[in-house]
Design a protein around this ligand. Structure first.
Ligand SMILES: C[S@@+](CC[C@H](N)C(=O)[O-])C[C@H]1O[C@@H](n2cnc3c(N)ncnc32)[C@H](O)[C@@H]1O
Length: 251
């Protein structure tokens, strides 16, 4: 991954079509259906700029946002300032998080596990999740479905975001490698503000885990799979054609 200031500064605008409120409601409903209560402590693992963390902090008593990227953490800390009593943001990998308490619910949303490049690292990440989960706790995450994404790889797309202050033009290109199970995404950004123009690139390498690899890693880490659904449709079972899959697990 290469750093790009423009990507970080404009992350929330670039992904403004994501409905974080709806996603958090869905997640909390899954937890409530299983445990008949709202979770007290939630871990937002791979919190990025803190959009799920903020929505969670509006509802649950304690939220921790964790991310390995210091630039994301910086943005999340600013966003979560109004929720300082309920939320904390930490720049550590889950494996190094001190065990002060356990979480009732851990989420890793918007392809966090696809940033992990090797299977042993994926197992280690899941072990970290398990260590920090209460006995009734659940772990919810989403990921690319490697089977679908390698058969029908991500394609180039462009989009424009306009605000009163600036226009952002993003050209996304993707190149996928079947044998390495990787897709390399390049965000070519141009930001126009008051007649000035800035350009930057952000490169992101994602591992296209197959559902079998994910399930085996969960097993190895001692987590049990509860369900596996197409993203945004928790009542359905995922198929080989669904690009994004939503997983639910417990200890
Ligand atoms: C696409 S962003 C999603 C951010 C946020 N969850 C959202 O939905 O906007 C993925 C995030 O996962 C973080 N990440 C990747 N690998 C991680 C790891 N092993 N532990 C913690 N965070 C990780 C990245 O730094 C990045 O901020």
């Amino acid at each position: 991954m290469t750093k790009s200031n423009l990507f970080y500064q404009n992350y929330d605008l670039l992904f403004q079509s994501k409905d974080y409120t709806r996603e958090v409601n869905q997640i909390l409903n899954i937890y409530r259906r299983k445990n008949q209560k709202t979770p007290r402590r939630v871990l937002d693992l791979g919190c990025g700029t803190g959009n799920h963390t903020r929505e969670l902090a509006k509802i649950v008593p304690h939220v921790t946002g964790l991310d390995i990227d210091p630039l994301m953490v910086k943005l999340a800390k600013i966003k979560l300032q109004p929720f300082a009593k309920r939320a904390s943001i930490i720049n550590l990998p889950i494996e190094k998080l001190p065990l002060k308490f356990k979480f009732d619910l851990t989420v890793a949303l918007f392809n966090v596990i696809n940033y992990i490049s090797t299977w042993p690292e994926l197992v280690s990440f899941f072990r970290g999740v398990k260590t920090h989960l209460t006995s009734q706790g659940i772990f919810l995450f989403d990921a690319w479905n490697g089977v679908a994404a390698l058969t029908d790889p991500p394609r180039a797309k462009s989009w424009v975001v306009k605000t009163k202050l600036k226009t952002i033009i993003c050209h996304l290109t993707a190149s996928s490698d079947l044998w390495e199970q990787k897709t390399s995404l390049t965000y070519d950004l141009e930001v126009r503000t008051n007649g000035k123009r800035k350009q930057d690139k952000y490169l992101l390498l994602q591992t296209l885990w197959t559902p079998f690899e994910i399930r085996s890693a969960l097993n190895f880490a001692g987590l049990k799979l509860l369900f596996c659904s197409p993203l945004g449709q928790p009542q359905k079972r995922a198929t080989a054609k669904d690009w994004k899959i939503f997983f639910g697990c417990q200890r």
